[in-house]
Design a protein. Structure first.
Length: 434
């Protein structure tokens, strides 16, 4: 969306003693849909680069492109949130927020409505007529965000937006901004945030570009390949922070994009065998008829009139769930498997649920997500996206369908196909849940 090509910035030294270089050989791209953090020490030229990309000052050399057009003058695709809030003290919250729209010549009533919406989005409902001096620092910066949001810029620039706030206020506002982004309520397609705070960069960004100092230059980038929101408790979060800390304190070491961090396998990466619950229980009920609930797989396939390829996923599922064990050519039901095959439907649902939660981590993960939501529900594509990260789309959809089939049978969750949402069942209905 915005591309910086070989940009240099030099400022004249006082008393005509030549000039000094603040930015050198900068190549940078802000892509659609991403949160990009520009991380560098104080004085490394972050604000200068942001101002150049916003078209507020020209580069000494090189070119900035915005949406395919060379940038000349203020960039119409961006709005900026400043560290210093930069509110006009003689205007109310509402008037401060409307300012940019007024400059664009937007009619009064539309201005009013857009401003109210933006004020609402940042949680300042009811403070429309307050003056900046009546507001706390955190609230002032909320106005700062509303003033940028109201312009609906393609890219939102933030220049250390939380660093003038006390720690708790900063943490709170940062979390809210992240949530707006994660829930697709954010009014921009991309975010570029400038910061010198490593944790903040890792928390918010998909990609962290690291700026070296004297002169400011790009040292490299680190991808923050974590599920959103980025959890500080995730060991990979800590590894990324440690790695970037090491880079920042050692100007010499090269930056590699792929950070070797211990990676707990995502529960969504472990493939579910494609077998319907009906198929699994049918198979178990059949095997349990053999002496010692034990039979050769070939014999089983013949009895079922099933090609081995069709039988294997069902068998894999039974093994995954701890209902059966395969040794050599023989399959044998476990005690739980025999129990499952012989018992009532209600009890078998309980057993199935117990085995799912104990042995298939993705179900715990789905439940945890649903439990964390106040609505006790979540859009299905949220989960589909997680499978999409590990499988081709068609396979991701099959994984999803299998999980739905299993989870519904176990009464772990409900799926509303018309709304395409997953729900936790009402507590009373799942009194026997583990
Ligand atoms: N208009 C200007 N004239 C002269 N020097 C400037 C100007 N703007 C910034 N600088 C200098 O450029 C360097 C980088 O500043 P800045 O971009 O604000 O860094 P950062 O935002 O990373 O702290 C600093 O040394 C600063 O003094
Ligand atoms: Mg700065």
């Amino acid at each position: 969306m915005i591309k910086v090509e070989n940009v240099y910035k030099r400022f004249p030294l006082p008393e005509g003693k030549g000039e000094f270089t603040v930015l050198s050989q900068i190549d940078l791209e802000v892509r659609a849909g991403e949160v990009l953090a520009l991380l560098g020490r104080s004085g490394s030229g972050k604000s200068t680069l942001l101002r150049i990309m916003a078209g507020l000052i020209p580069p000494s050399q090189g070119q900035v492109w915005s949406n395919g057009r060379p940038l000349r003058g203020p960039n119409p695709d961006v709005a900026m949130v400043f560290q210093s809030f930069a509110l006009l003290p003689w205007l109310t919250v509402q008037e401060n927020v409307e300012l940019g729209l007024k400059a664009q010549g937007i009619p009064r009533e539309i201005r009013r409505q857009k401003a109210l919406k933006a004020i609402d989005l940042v949680g300042l409902d009811g403070f429309e007529n307050a003056y900046p001096k009546e507001l706390s620092g955190g609230m002032k910066q909320r106005v700062g965000f509303a003033r940028a949001f109201v312009l609906e810029p393609k890219v939102l620039f933030m220049d250390e937006p939380f660093s003038a706030l006390d720690v708790l206020t900063a943490e709170n506002l940062r979390g809210e901004i992240d949530e707006l982004w994660n829930t697709h309520a954010f009014p921009s397609q991309s975010i570029l945030i400038v910061t010198h705070n490593i944790e903040e960069a890792v928390f918010l960004a998909d990609r962290v570009v690291i700026l070296g100092s004297k002169p400011g230059r790009i040292r490299g980038e680190v991808k923050i390949d974590l599920p959103r929101p980025h959890e500080r408790t995730d060991p990979r979060f800590k590894s990324l922070v440690d790695y970037i800390y090491e880079i920042m304190t050692n100007p010499e070491i090269p930056v590699t994009s792929e950070v070797a961090v211990p990676r707990a396998p995502s529960p969504y990466a472990l493939p579910l065998p494609h077998a319907r619950v009906g198929g699994i229980s049918g198979l178990l009920e059949l095997i349990v008829e053999w002496p010692q609930a034990r039979v050769e797989i070939a014999e089983l396939a013949e009895r079922l009139q099933l090609a081995v390829d069709d039988l294997l996923p069902i068998l894999d599922a039974a093994v995954l769930l701890g209902f059966a064990e395969v040794t050599g050519r023989v399959v044998q039901l476990t005690e739980i498997g025999q129990d499952f095959a012989n018992t009532t439907i209600l009890r078998s649902k309980d057993l199935f649920r117990q085995q799912l939660l104990a042995r298939v981590p993705v179900f715990r993960s789905i439940l945890q997500t649903l439990e964390e939501k106040n609505s006790r529900s979540m859009r299905a594509d949220f989960f589909l996206d997680l499978w999409d990260e590990h499988f081709p789309h068609e396979e991701a959809e099959r994984q999803f369908a299998t999980a739905i089939d299993w989870g519904r049978y176990a009464e772990l969750f409900e799926y509303d196909a018309s709304e395409d949402r997953l729900y936790l069942p009402e507590p009373s209905e799942s009194s026997s849940a583990q």
